[in-house]
Design a protein around this ligand. Structure first.
Ligand code: GLN
Ligand code: ZN
Length: 771
């Protein structure tokens, strides 16, 4: 009997217990060899393959693994390696791969090109993957870019799986999405390179076929975006060409939204299968089944690859049953997208409250859910009835749980009025009052908040959370770190100081732990970029603030210095965006609840004498809906939430915000509407290109363009930063400009931060002299 296949589009590659993270960091620190790193990577792949099979998957991916990032892998695969990395055209060494990912430090001896005669090379740009918090490396092309197959990783991993008894479906990022996600250095349209790129894909597909692959998953997530006629044409061109090659069958994978107006294009592409996201866009199933030719396999993304709530299987089955009966043999079942974006296994969370746990499903559980759905549809629903009933029961408990609903929160929300979202004076007047109060020099210097979270800081935190370090001793330790940070900032001459955020484990978790409605996991990590992982909180219920969260630390730091200390908060949109958000209330309602809690905190800080308060919103851009038609509604409530959090203060209190790793063009109106007195943004990697949006808009308030990259260990000389500041000055008023790094410094070492910030202060002073 035919059983509907269960496919996974990709599994978390960091490893069940983040084995890859530790292996990478040891390797980068010179503590382990390349062979050891590669052995760990191979072990993770082997475990993932067998685990997926055990959980009930029948279509198992390969090449979903990556040592750093799958977009970078694709760039390397097709030889899109910018000249500065000095590729000799042969096999791509690991050192070069990691230089593209992380930059490389200069070295005295000119041993090789990557040390670039002592200055090192910068990393590729990094940006967010669609509307997720995963970051990819932006491929960089030259106008005369040539491509050629430079890595056989996809073929090698297919073979590796086969040797272990797994006949996999390799995953490639499709050629159109790959180009569209990249950049041409000269600003031209990267899609113009498609005719040169497609033959390399054809070559790779042919090699996969020769190795025995009968299907390949081609990820083309750009098919859920608004596409121009030329872009649709690019899809036709690429896939017609690939169909003519002796390629395996292609499963064209789309996710993160509906195909919408791209459906006719997709339906006409000569591929053997199409995967669609039926969690974000369940309504598209009707039109798809009609529009897509019957000989295509449809892969139905029916369980959520982006969120952690257990699937209510019974109603889903009711919807799928008839469809499956009418279309025998036509479907596969899959998560909505790769499981990269959810934690590995709920089973690791032994300490989580059992009731809450019964409402959740992570990557492994998603595959189990799919296996049950497949069994119910193709064999017998009765056999799996207890699993289905357990899901329904858990979800009905959740719907009426008193820990989810709090009438006081709803009451406060109902009282929010428009005046609560407006500052009492316009920016120009506030600025004058703030200038009088703060008396800052031109080109004021500051940092974004965090200072190095050294091994010592992390050790102390771990000892404290295990109960081995008494609260009073932990407090003393944190105070001494803060003392040092303040003294040191005074020494190098920064103008606006920060306390250093040593007490914070994570910029969202720290706040979530002090708010109601948030739950935290212990082992449930999700990759953010490279070896960096985050443990997103789970917002399961109404949010409010039982007591002040940051006032003590801010006041303590301020008591140590006459310079102004910035209070540091994480903004409502970022808290929302970096959490797994409840699916039983609109996101904007959850965001307003958080905004109200932060508003109380802002007011408490002001009352405690903190004159500058920064509310970080690095995630504002990534929350932007992928389709233009949905954007203004989102931006309206997002801006309103920021203002609700920030606008309650006196005019002389200076509100900062911070954003990073995003394109600002499309949201510049909204950024201006947030009306923060100062915004700091990450701009150094794009060599100030990102400022263009602010220039063109004539952004009225103050702005601190990041002058050094915090992802790289490299220490930029002061001249490099003055050059960037001069570049920033073209088109901005110099009185508008603040001087700061790209982002927080918690991932760096003091040995890197000290000289970099000292150079930054020197750069600002030079700018003041020139003035
Ligand atoms: N204040 C935060 C920090 O410095 C901001 C981090 C961020 O933008 N992601 O760590
Ligand atoms: Zn940042």
């Amino acid at each position: 009997m035919f059983q509907i296949p269960v496919a996974t589009l990709g599994l978390p590659r960091i490893g069940r217990r983040r084995e890859l993270k530790f292996a990478l960091e040891d390797y980068w620190a010179g503590k382990s060899s390349e062979a050891e790193l590669l052995a760990t990577a191979a072990k993770i792949r082997a475990e993932n393959w067998s685990l997926q099979k055990a959980a009930g998957a029948s279509v198992i991916p390969s090449n979903d693994f990556s040592l750093y990032d799958h977009v970078l892998d694709m760039a390397v695969t097709v030889g899109a390696i910018p000249e500065i990395y000095g590729w000799d055209g042969g096999a791509v060494p690991l050192e070069l791969y990691f230089a593209m990912a992380r930059g490389s430090q200069g070295s005295e001896d000119e041993c090789c090109h990557l040390h670039n005669g002592g200055t090192g090379v910068p990393a590729l740009e990094m940006t967010k993957w669609f509307d997720t918090n995963y970051h990819y490396m932006v491929p960089e092309f030259s106008a005369d870019q040539q491509f050629r197959l430079a890595s056989t990783k996809a073929v090698d991993e297919f073979r590796e799986a086969r040797e272990q008894g797994f006949h996999t479906r390799p995953v490639l990022l499709g050629p159109v999405s790959f180009l569209k996600l990249g950049k041409r250095k000269d600003g031209g349209d990267p899609l113009s390179l498609l005719p040169r790129l497609v033959p390399v894909y054809a070559d790779l597909l042919k090699r996969l076929a020769q190795a025995g692959a009968d299907w390949v998953q081609m990820d083309e997530p750009c098919l859920v975006l608004d596409l121009t006629e030329e872009e649709q044409q690019a899809y036709r061109f690429a896939y017609d060409a690939l169909a003519a090659a002796r390629a395996p069958k292609l499963m064209l994978a789309t996710y993160f939204g509906a195909l919408g107006d791209n459906l006719p294009t997709v339906a006409a592409l000569p591929v053997a299968g199409i995967h669609v996201d039926l969690v974000r866009a369940p309504e598209q199933i009707g039109s798809l089944v009609g529009a897509i030719p019957e000989d295509r396999i449809l892969s139905l993304g029916v369980v959520d690859g982006r969120n952690v709530w257990r699937t209510d299987i019974a109603p889903l089955l009711d919807r799928l049953e008839l469809l499956a009966k009418d279309n025998p043999g036509r479907f596969q079942l899959a998560p909505s997208c790769s499981l990269l974006h959810v934690p590995f296994d709920l089973g690791l969370e032994t300490g989580l409250d059992p009731e809450l746990k019964s409402w959740l499903a992570f990557a492994v559980q998603r595959i189990e859910e799919l296996a049950v759905i497949s069994h119910a549809l193709s064999v017998d629903r009765a056999n799996v009835s207890s699993f289905i009933a357990a899901a329904s029961r858990a979800l009905s408990v959740r719907a009426s749980s008193p820990r989810v609903h709090d009438a006081r929160v709803a009451g406060r929300l109902a009282e929010v009025s428009p005046t609560m979202t407006r500052r009492s004076l316009p920016f120009a007047e506030r600025r004058r009052l703030q200038q009088e109060k703060l008396a800052l020099p031109a080109f004021p210097t500051t940092t974004i908040g965090s200072f190095p979270q050294t091994a010592e800081v992390r050790r102390a935190r771990a000892a404290y959370s295990r109960g081995e370090l008494k609260p009073a001793d932990y407090d003393t330790f944190l105070k001494s770190e803060t003392d040092k940070a303040i003294r040191w900032q005074e020494e190098i001459g920064l103008d606006v100081l920060v306390h250093g955020e040593f007490e914070r484990n994570d910029m969202v978790q720290y706040f979530g732990e002090q708010l109601t409605g948030f739950a935290f996991t212990k082992q449930s990590w999700v990759q953010s970029y490279g070896s960096r992982c985050v443990r997103p909180p789970i917002i399961f219920g109404d949010v409010h603030r039982p007591q002040a969260m940051t006032v003590e630390w801010a006041s303590y730091a301020q008591s140590l210095t006459d310079k102004p200390v910035k209070g540091m908060l994480t903004g409502p949109i970022t808290m929302l965006q970096w959490s797994f958000v409840r699916d039983d209330a609109p996101r904007e309602t959850v965001c307003r609840q958080i905004a109200l809690a932060l508003r109380d905190e802002v007011q408490d800080l002001e009352e405690a004498g903190i004159g500058i308060i920064q509310i970080d919103e690095p995630a504002l851009r990534e929350g932007l809906p992928l389709r233009k038609a949905d954007r203004s509604a989102y931006l309206d409530w997002a801006v309103e939430c920021f203002r609700l959090a920030s606008a309650g203060v006196k005019p002389e209190t200076q509100i900062h915000t911070h954003m990073c790793y995003a394109e600002f063009n499309e949201i510049i109106d909204a950024i201006a509407a947030m009306d923060a007195d100062v915004i700091s943004i990450e701009t150094s990697r794009s060599r100030m290109e990102l400022l263009q949006a602010f220039r063109a808009f004539r952004y009225p308030n103050d702005i601190g363009p990041g002058v050094f990259d915090i992802h790289s260990p490299r220490v930029p000389p002061a001249e490099e930063m003055t050059n960037l500041l001069r570049k920033a000055g073209e088109g901005l008023r110099s009185s508008q400009i603040w001087v700061n790094p790209d982002c927080g410094l918690k991932t760096r070492k003091w040995e890197e931060v000290r000289p970099a910030l000292a150079n930054m202060v020197a750069a600002a002073r030079q700018m003041r002299v020139v003035q």
